[in-house]
Design a protein around this ligand. Structure first.
Ligand code: NAD
Length: 444
């Protein structure tokens, strides 16, 4: 099949590369000339494990083409995936301008019947809007399908090629058949393709993200309670996660959820609920809890130093919103750096993959943050180590080296990477989330 993917970000690139890998001819189009030039040189503009090989192999085979010529992509495809951004608008709703501009372009240059597929995360009703926008410019019939994407950055190719389920929203028998055919290579283990009406498919994506965000905010509140009452959230997490009705995933407390999806999708769903006067009170609380949780680590730092942060230098491990990505959108590290630098702190930061994107995200705080290429280089003479992202390489550091490089042996761990008993034995003052702090007794 000839496929166009419009938008070559995290979702578009993975979608295009995976469909090409299963034998289709894919044209990926983006308005960003530097991005397309990079892709045509065989370079991948984002960090996503396995993606570079997949792109290079399929481009070499001629099945994957990159262009800024959206018209060419539209006119030479039967199925057109829209995978552009839907960032948060001023009022919390999803900004649909990129999606609707692609829809208008499709309508203007369409040269035959097409199946248009919304892969971007869009509020309920958007497929109708896309259809209306296309119809402003053409009489050629066109099915608009909702096909929300559930991949996770860091394991995107695995998620795309072995999805738990594929959701297809359409009332057209032909469009459903074409989509089943497209996705057939990825459902060989009997993982389901769920065909439903368009509106249900659109709501499914937001409901899934809001539910996962709810689990995180729920556990963060339980963690904060554990701190207050002298309990250990790790024990509580195991205690509830082993209940089959609850399950173990998404129960890890931390410094709040970030990234390009959960924060904006939770707020967009809230805006939809307001527009339809159908309150989502739990989801509203999830958003509020997350806002407070992002401030939790800096509060612990301020309390430890009795408010005297001016002139302190902190080592920071982890900038990306989660491991195995370079995505800095709504990363909790941004909140920590902003809040503590406002009180006079500076940072030496290390992240295995996100330095480049972090430099852009932290441009306004450029004089407050120095970036280094090695986790230990960040520690030199620092007043404390702050851990914000749980990259694998942070889990088993050489503690002797950590201790000797730090000026003060203090660690604030926003991801619960270490055991408090071990940290006590090693002589650190150690703060984590939902567990009792280990405070080094300097007179002992
Ligand atoms: P992104 O910002 O990484 O990429 C979007 C791309 O679209 C950019 O390269 C941009 O240049 C391009 N673009 C914008 N307007 C365009 C136009 N008119 N024509 C051609 N290209 C255009 O976004 P992303 O993270 O890939 O997310 C895309 C969508 O998928 C969003 O709705 C997001 O919510 C959703 N989603 C994202 C993830 C994720 O993990 N990132 C997962 C599931 C769903």
């Amino acid at each position: 099949m000839n496929i166009a993917v419009i938008g070559t970000g995290y979702v578009g690139l993975v979608t295009g590369a995976c469909f090409a890998e299963s034998g289709h001819d894919v044209i990926c189009a983006d308005i960003s000339e530097p991005k397309i030039a990079q892709l045509n040189r065989g370079e991948v503009p984002i960090y996503e494990p396995g993606l570079e090989d997949l792109i290079q192999n399929n481009a070499a085979q001629g099945r994957l083409v990159f262009t800024t010529d959206t018209t060419y992509a539209i006119q030479n495809s039967e199925v057109i995936f829209i995978a552009v951004g839907t960032p948060e608008d001023m009022d919390g709703s999803a900004d649909l301008s990129q999606v609707l501009s692609v829809a208008a372009q499709i309508g203007k240059v369409m040269n035959g019947p097409k199946i248009v597929v919304n892969k971007s995360t869009v509020p309920v009703g958007t497929a109708d809007l896309v259809g209306l926008e296309i119809a402003k410019f053409t009489n050629i019939p066109c099915d608009v399908v909702s096909n929300p994407e559930f991949l996770k950055e860091g394991s995107a190719i695995e998620d795309f090629t072995k999805p738990d389920r594929i959701v297809i929203g359409t009332s057209s028998v032909e469009a459903a058949e074409a989509m089943r055919d497209l996705y057939a290579p990825f459902v060989r283990t009997d993982n389901p393709i769920l065909v439903m009406d368009v509106r249900s498919a659109e709501v499914t994506k937001y409901a899934a993200n809001a539910f996962l965000a709810t689990r995180i905010s729920f556990m963060n509140e339980v963690a904060n309670l554990c701190e207050a009452v002298g309990a250990d959230v790790n024990n509580v997490r195991r205690g509830i996660g082993t209940d089959q009705r609850i399950g173990p995933s998404f129960l890890f407390p931390g410094v709040g959820y970030g990234g390009s999806c959960f924060p904006k999708d939770v707020r967009a769903l809230l805006r939809t609920s307001e527009q339809y006067q159908s309150p989502l009170q739990i989801i509203a609380a999830v958003d509020r809890v997350n806002h407070h949780q992002k401030q939790r680590l800096s509060k612990k730092v301020v309390e430890h130093f009795n408010g005297d942060i001016k002139g302190k230098k902190f080592a920071l491990w982890g900038l990306a919103f989660k491991p195995k990505t370079d995505d800095m959108r709504e990363a909790p590290s941004l909140t920590v750096i902003k809040e503590l630098s406002e009180l006079g702190a500076t940072f030496v930061a290390y992240d295995p993959e996100a330095t480049k994107t972090a430099k852009v995200a932290l441009k306004s705080l450029a004089d407050k943050v120095t970036f280094v290429d090695n986790s230990y280089d960040a520690l030199n003479g620092a007043d404390a180590l702050l851990i914000v992202t749980e990259w694998g390489e942070f889990r088993r550091p050489n503690f002797g080296k950590v201790s000797s490089l730090l000026k003060q042996q203090v660690i604030f761990d926003g991801r619960n990477l270490f055991e408090p008993t071990t940290m006590k034995r090693l002589g650190f003052t150690y703060y984590s989330i939902g567990r009792q702090p280990v405070v080094k007794d300097n007179n002992a």
